[in-house]
Design a protein around this ligand. Structure first.
Ligand code: GDP
Ligand code: IMO
Ligand code: MG
Length: 421
């Protein structure tokens, strides 16, 4: 059995959580493979809204196992709050598992994140301040603490040694305020709760499951343009968000990867700093933000909005090996007379549909095309045939330009607002 992948093709917040939740009952296991609580995956079930940060979006399906994979970085405090919130809503956590090799975010990682951002001034990344970068730095620097360590007798000493190192580092940065004593107490309390989650070796767990014919879906976090290697570096996150990250983030061989489903909004958004060629600075961008409720699920920051960017999508489709597309939030464009998209870029007088080395440093002018909008409500429509012609024209145009079929069209936050096929 192959392992399928679902991931975002833009700068995050494409609606991954909603689609994973919808598809989850077709799978035995949903597994997060990278990122941490910088993610905010929103799921709306019968008017109830949940935002998941670390827990996979299959948690609402009780027959589905949800694995936090080895590539994920885990903040025990955030995870324990997330669990408490879900339990309060009546959910069982019996179907949650965590990899022994997942790295732990310490309170000092968060402060280092804040201090690093403060040191950058205008060049700051706009990080979510969840300690993601410093935790992955300790992972690759071979200093990190992992979930499996919490069960070892000298865990406390390891924690103290690492925080001591971090405190020395914090002294060379601009000062940030933190309450060491209280936060550390809270963190260790949260570790006790983390100890109650069944720990697995994700590489064995996933491979054995696949050998037994079980179906696994890997759930991406962030978006491909935030990938540490292929995103708009340095304005990226600190993990591989692309399909390749599934292999290292769960311990599966590339040949086990099956179908790749790429999610894109019908327009484009970005939260945080960094280049965004099709960003709209005027009224239209403001209108998209307002209608789309484009405010960060993790930080509440306003998301920057713009038209869909075809060169950017072609790039992430290529890197991820996308087989099928899902276009979300088409309903947000219901009232627009014209829908625009950038079909190529103008860089130094040359037309291209390839992304340059440095999007930030290049003078990019997107070449826009427009199509008539559909100007109607889509609420009652439940099949592709019922959709207005102008929307179908837009979808067909996307398929034609991107060379990948659109399998899902999402037209509202709830499970039922999805057109399949
Ligand atoms: P994720 O990080 O990719 O899971 O996406 P987020 O949850 O951060 O942001 C997507 C937002 O759009 C959430 O508020 C979702 O509830 C909402 N959403 C998802 N799909 C649709 C859709 O088709 N239409 C509308 N109106 N909202 C949607
Ligand atoms: P989901 O999974 C959108 C952005 C931050 C910042 C940059 C680096 O909900 O799509 P980090 O905290 O990772 O060091 O921040 O990445 N970012 C996201 N933007 N959605 C996300 O996750 C994001 N996770 C990180 O805004 O620009
Ligand atoms: Mg999000």
């Amino acid at each position: 059995m192959a392992l399928d992948v679902l991931l975002g093709l833009q700068w995050g917040d494409e609606g991954k959580g909603k689609i994973v939740d919808f598809l989850a009952n077709q799978y035995d296991i949903i597994a997060r493979f990278q990122g941490g609580p910088n993610a905010g995956h929103t799921i709306v079930i019968e008017d109830k809204k949940f935002v998941l940060h670390t827990i996979p979006s299959g948690i609402f399906r009780k027959d589905v196992q949800n694995l936090i994979g080895n590539g994920v970085v885990v903040d025990p405090i955030i995870l324990s709050k997330e669990i408490a919130g879900l339990k309060a809503a009546g959910l069982s956590m019996d179907n949650l598992l965590i990899s022994s090799k997942a790295h732990l975010i310490l309170p000092t990682h968060r402060w280092l994140d804040a201090a690093s951002e403060a040191s950058k001034g205008k060049q700051k990344i706009g990080s979510t301040l969840k300690g993601i970068g410093p935790t992955y730095m300790d992972k690759t620097g071979r200093n990190g603490l992992r979930v499996g360590d919490v069960h070892t007798p000298n865990f406390k000493e390891k924690f103290d040694a690492l925080t001591k190192k971090h405190k020395q580092l914090l002294e060379i940065y601009p000062s940030v305020e933190y309450d060491y004593e209280n936060e550390v107490v809270e963190w260790h309390k949260a570790i006790e709760l983390l100890k109650t989650i069944p720990v697995v070796d994700s590489q064995y767990y996933i491979n054995n499951a696949l050998d037994q014919g079980k179906k696994v879906l890997a759930e991406g976090a962030q978006g491909s343009m935030l990938d540490i290697d292929f995103g708009t570096y340095p304005f990226v996150t600190s993990s591989n968000t692309v399909t390749a990250g599934v292999c290292t983030g769960l311990g599966v061989a590339p040949k086990r990867v099956g179908k790749v489903l790429g999610i894109t909004k019908a327009y484009c958004t970005r939260v945080g700093s960094g280049p965004f060629p099709t960003e709209l600075h005027g009224e239209v961008g403001e209108e998209i933000r307002k209608l789309g409720g484009e405010f960060g699920a993790t930080t509440g920051r306003p998301r920057r909005c713009g038209w869909i960017d075809i060169p950017q999508l072609k790039y992430t489709i290529m890197i991820n090996g996308v087989d099928e597309l899902c276009v979300t939030k088409v309903d947000i464009l219901n009232t627009f007379d014209q829908i625009s998209f950038a079909d190529s870029y103008q860089i130094n007088g040359e037309k291209t549909d390839e992304l340059p080395f440095d999007l930030e440093g290049s003078e990019i002018t997107p070449n826009y095309e427009s199509m008539p909008g559909w100007n109607c409500d889509l609420e009652e429509m439940s099949t592709r045939n019922e959709l207005p012609e102008a929307l179908l024209n837009y979808i067909n145009k996307l398929e034609e330009m991107l060379g990948v079929p659109v399998k899902y069209i999402s037209k509202g936050p709830e499970r039922k607002n999805l057109i399949v096929g």
